[in-house]
Ligand binder design. Structure first.
Ligand code: GAR
Length: 210
């Protein structure tokens, strides 16, 4: 099994769905560490309750991004981590860190990339008059939310939606998509190859449910 660390900044609902999926005996990854850049991240308590070692590395205690990332790197190496999963991790990582983990770090973003990179994705999808919205799992590259796409799930935008109701519809799909995408990668069904995602012959996007 691949040794996985999950990085969070907040409530950690995606983290919980990954921890639960990884309990299945045949799941190809094990969640061995949870790290947060904020000591008040609610997900830390939830990880500990699930029996996963979890701790904060408070970014405020570091002079710059490079020294924070070095502390992160030391923790990850100490735990023998092979894959990093960003789950609501709201801190920009240095190019050097991202490049050191190229092909071994994924993120989930609450939009159908390449639309709506950055924050406030649900409000922006509504503002743009989208009829479909969703979430994307992608490899992390230095450019924000621009990495090769592993899997996506779409939801309808319904009359009367506000950012909150739309977010609630998307997060249900996030909780389904992320464990499926991690299984695909950890099990060798998808890999980064020359800057593109190569799916194994038998695989399809686990999110495509339309
Ligand atoms: C999720 O919707 C995730 O897609 C988003 O933050 C939320 C975290 O929720 N991530 C980003 O916006 C990354 N830029 P969670 O802590 O309950 O998993």
């Amino acid at each position: 099994k691949k040794r996985v660390a999950i990085l969070i900044s907040g409530r950690g609902s995606n983290m919980v769905s990954l921890i639960e999926a990884a309990r299945a005996p045949d799941y190809p990854a094990e969640i061995v560490l949870v790290l947060a850049n904020r000591p008040d991240a609610a997900g830390l308590t939830r990880a500990q309750a699930a029996g996963i070692p979890a701790r904060a590395i408070d970014h405020k205690g570091f002079a710059d991004r490079a020294s924070f990332d070095a502390a992160l790197q030391a923790e990850l190496e100490g735990a023998g981590i092979e894959l990093i999963v960003l789950a609501g991790f709201m801190r920009i990582l240095t190019d050097a860190f991202v490049e050191a983990w190229a092909g071994r770090m994924i993120n989930i973003h609450p939009s159908l990339l390449p639309l709506f990179k950055g924050t406030h994705t649900h409000a922006r999808a509504l503002e743009a008059g989208m009829r479909l919205h969703g979430c994307t799992v992608h490899y992390v590259v230095p450019e924000l939310d621009a990495g090769p796409i592993v899997a996506q799930a779409a939801v309808p935008v319904l009359p009367g939606d506000d950012a909150e109701t739309l977010a609630a519809r998307v997060i249900v799909q996030e909780h389904r998509l992320y464990p499926a995408a991690l299984a695909l990668i950890a099990g060798g069904g998808a890999a980064l190859d020359g800057g593109r995602v190569r799916l194994a012959e038998a695989e399809r996007d686990p999110g495509a449910a339309l």
